[in-house]
Design a protein around this ligand. Structure first.
Ligand SMILES: [Zn+2]
Length: 250
């Protein structure tokens, strides 16, 4: 993956020319004639604010010009991001279960084993189904060719654009209602959709549909016991209604 113009996404050979230390000239895009990447001279806080505001050019800068397979140790970054991402996911699960009172106060080996199993099921299986749905939607419905290199790019894109999960750290220090987690997840979803648009140039509605479907599948597969219980409750309730109607008719 080479450098891109952050305004239009057109590939550019280089972003700047350095004449001497601290003396650089930003290159212009051949397609739109604008400066190819103005963030090179900006403070990092401006980039962070523009990322939070979901500006496409900020995502193009981050995903094409900063995280570039030619200039960084891509595999190392991919593994580190995966570990950090999964740790955040496990912490999110523990906060949610703790707020429901499902973790209990028992410290016995069997209860710890049960919690570990639940975390693994939620984090590994949930995210596996998320990725399966995500790649299926992108490849089958929107016909984006996915090679191994492209697959790695999209994986890293998903993890980097889930940077809102860093706000979970604040929940270690201050006490927030667990509903804050859903707001963080919502921001991650919208951020994933913008990043997918930048990486694939699909339309925004296609990107949103892909991410919403992947998040919906992940939610359903990690809530199977609750969904089965809800189904049983609805079945029992309909049975009670039927028996009540029969009794009132006789
Ligand atoms: Zn351009």
């Amino acid at each position: 993956m080479g450098y891109r113009c952050i305004q239009c996404g057109f590939p550019v050979r280089t972003l700047y020319v350095q004449y001497s230390p601290g003396n650089i000239r930003l290159m212009k895009c051949e397609s739109c004639k604008a400066v190819a990447d103005e963030y090179i001279e900006c403070e990092i806080m401006i980039l962070v604010i523009d990322l939070i505001l979901h500006k496409l050019k900020a995502y193009r800068h981050l995903l094409h010009n900063v995280i570039n397979q030619e200039t960084i140790k891509f595999q190392g970054l991919l593994w580190k991001s995966a570990v950090i991402f999964l740790l955040f996911e496990a912490y999110r699960f523990l906060i949610l279960e703790g707020s429901k009172g499902k973790l209990g106060s028992s410290t016995s080996f069997s209860s710890l084993l049960s919690i570990c199993w639940k975390v693994l099921m939620d984090v590994i299986f949930g995210n596996f189904m998320f990725l399966l749905t995500f790649f299926f939607m992108v490849k089958t419905f929107f016909h984006v060719p996915i090679t191994l290199s492209r697959c790695n790019d999209l994986l890293l894109m998903l993890m980097i654009s889930s940077y809102f999960k860093i706000f979970l750290v604040a929940m270690m220090v201050w006490e927030f209602p667990s509903s804050v987690i859903f707001i963080i997840e919502l921001f991650c979803l919208s951020s994933n959709a913008v990043a997918l648009k930048v990486m694939t140039e699909l339309t925004m509605s296609q990107c949103v549909w892909t991410c919403v479907s992947a998040y919906a599948i992940k939610f359903c597969v990690t809530r199977i016991p609750e969904l089965i219980l809800l189904g049983q409750l609805m079945h029992d309730w309909s049975q009670m209604q039927c028996s009540f109607i029969k009794a009132s008719m006789t």
